[in-house]
Design a protein around this ligand. Structure first.
Ligand code: PEP
Length: 256
């Protein structure tokens, strides 16, 4: 990285609805060969629920961490198809992705819902990775700042300064997810600085300087170093390129 930062970078692989247990096992074994001892970057794997146990077992005694891709805000009850914070914690998840744009778009997740999930995750000692980001239409119509600010404030509403500082925010412009179009490092930096300013307004400067803000959206080995070198970008949330060991390892290495 070109800029020295006090925050430890975090690179998380969001596998989405990909990888059976057998595929996940192969992928984790390949990732482990290079990254088992990685201490400079927090490396997080977020497989689908069905592969959490297998991945959890494979990464014990490594520095690699586990994350889920979603959870419900209630502790238990009649919520068919859902899982709770305690259930994923039991599998040694330390992280959970919340409010991904696919959940917002296809499953109707609002800032209010993301906020309830974020609070429930923190209460269960999980670190939430809270996703925000504007659509192409919102950017082109000049509403990017308003949209991102509203998502950050709404999703993180009512969190204590400590909980805010320990949360991770992922800035993922919707137009860059899975499209091959990456935000330029300057475009991404501008929004990361904006998000940090919102956190400063919600808490104080120390909290804003502590919170880690990842970039996500078509990150690849070829563009990762430049993005991660920007002053307010603390690593990445990786989709497509996390499904293959070589590209994921190279992206993690770019964050060191
Ligand atoms: C994502 O969905 O979180 C993501 C960043 O996907 P991709 O890297 O494929 O754009």
């Amino acid at each position: 990285m070109t800029v020295s930062k006090s925050r430890k970078p975090i690179v998380a692989g969001n596998w989405k609805m990909n990888k059976t247990v057998a595929d996940a096992t192969d992928l984790v074994n390949a990732i482990k060969r290079d990254l088992a001892g990685c201490k400079e970057v927090d490396v997080v794997l977020c497989p689908p629920f069905t592969a959490l146990k297998a991945v959890s077992d494979l990464i014990t005694e490594t520095h690699i961490d586990l994350g889920a891709q979603n959870m419900h805000w209630e502790k238990n009850g009649a919520f068919t198809g859902e899982v709770s914070a305690e259930m994923i914690r039991e599998l040694y998840c330390h992280y959970v992705i919340l409010g991904h744009s696919e959940r917002r778009a296809y499953f109707g997740e609002t800032d209010e819902i993301v906020n309830k999930k974020t609070k429930a995750a923190l209460e269960a000692n999980l670190t939430p990775i809270v996703c925000v980001g504007e659509t192409l239409d919102e950017r082109e119509s000049g509403r990017m700042t308003e949209v991102v600010q509203t998502q950050v404030r709404g999703s993180l509403k009512g969190l204590s300064a400590r909980d805010l500082a320990e949360s991770v925010i992922a800035y993922e412009p919707v137009w860059a997810i899975g499209t091959g179009k990456t935000a330029s490092s300057e475009q991404a930096q501008e929004v990361h600085a904006l998000i940090r300013k919102v956190i400063e307004d919600m808490a104080d400067e120390a909290v804003a300087q502590s919170v880690r803000i990842q970039y996500g959206g078509s990150v690849k080995p070829g563009n990762a170093a430049e993005l991660f070198g920007m002053p307010d970008i603390d690593g990445g949330l990786i989709g497509g390129a996390a499904l293959e060991a070589r590209s994921f390892i190279e992206i993690v290495r770019a964050a060191i």
